[in-house]
Design a protein around this ligand. Structure first.
Ligand code: ADP
Ligand code: MG
Length: 266
């Protein structure tokens, strides 16, 4: 007969191995029944595993930073419908392979919301990947030069949620837009994308360098999607303003009314 430690090892119950002594002690103190004890033991292993899975998927997601939806101050951004955020947080869009498009000027929290939703997806067990448009395009172009675009595209279909951040900061060549379109086609109705952009849809023709391609891209993206058009003040600006008014060290321009005239960047 195998010893307990051996069994736990064979069954890869690594979290149980660590916590078994304290679980046993706890059970005898509280005089737990067999069934209750078994439940607690399996729960401990399960919790350990799911925590580890979350940690792994968070690392694989390559987020530039992590912030949650709960950390997002909706009060600061009245143009965002709270119900839409609540609905998206329920992750129905992931199950239905729908897209989320976050539009708005710099600093209004587009990336924060994208990451916050993706963190929820990670917690729910989904694979997620964060890419800026720039990184995505350079990856695809490199793959094309090495004659392995198909393989690269296939890899980009695996994540259940793909964030493409900062669409519109750089204009794209027709070839680059074509690669982006191929990615959309692959993922279409299979898996979700969260896209952020500082440009409104009417300017997308310019971004993609081709009106026909832009229309085809928008058609795919918008077919099943939630669009959040954020029309507020920059949160970064507000923080700078606060720092300025509190006599902070940051050189900010302040108008006679005490409003900062322009954003000073990061
Ligand atoms: P964008 O991507 O729209 O340029 P970010 O998401 O990068 O803006 O937001 C800029 C910074 O301000 C981030 O640190 C973000 O966490 C913070 N931020 C923006 N909006 C809010 C908000 N409503 N509540 C809390 N933090 C916010
Ligand atoms: Mg951003």
């Amino acid at each position: 007969m195998m010893e307990l430690a051996g069994l736990l090892e064979k069954m890869k119950m690594e979290h149980l191995m660590v916590s078994l002594d304290s679980l046993c002690e706890h059970a005898s103190k509280r005089d737990l029944g067999y069934r209750e004890f078994l439940t607690e033991v399996l729960r401990a292993e399960w919790q350990g595993r799911s925590q580890k899975g979350i940690q792994m998927r968070l690392t694989m997601a390559r987020f530039p930073w992590i912030k949650t939806i709960e950390e997002f101050d909706l009060g600061f951004q009245p143009s965002i419908d709270k119900r839409v955020i609540r609905e998206l947080s329920g992750l129905g869009f992931v199950g239905r392979a729908e897209n989320v498009i976050l539009l708005g000027p710099p600093g209004v929290g587009k990336t924060h919301l994208a990451i916050g939703l993706a963190v929820k997806a990670v917690e729910a067990g989904h694979k997620v990947l964060f890419l800026t448009l720039e990184t995505l395009i350079s990856r695809l172009k490199k793959a094309q030069m090495e004659h392995r675009v198909d393989k690269q595209l296939q890899q980009l279909v695996y994540p259940r949620v793909l964030i493409i951040d900062e669409l519109g900061y750089l204009p794209m060549s027709r070839e680059e837009s074509g690669l982006f379109f191929r990615l959309l086609t692959r993922r279409y109705e299979k898996a979700s994308m969260i896209i952020t952009s500082n440009k409104s849809f009417t300017d997308w023709g310019e971004i993609f360098g081709d009106q026909v391609l832009a229309t085809a891209i928008l058609d795919r993206l918008l077919h099943h999607s939630t669009v959040l058009n954020i029309k507020g003040e920059s949160y970064r600006l507000r923080e700078k303003k606060k720092a300025g008014l509190l006599g902070g060290r940051m050189p900010v321009e302040i108008s006679p009314k005490g409003v900062i005239m322009e954003e000073t960047g990061e």
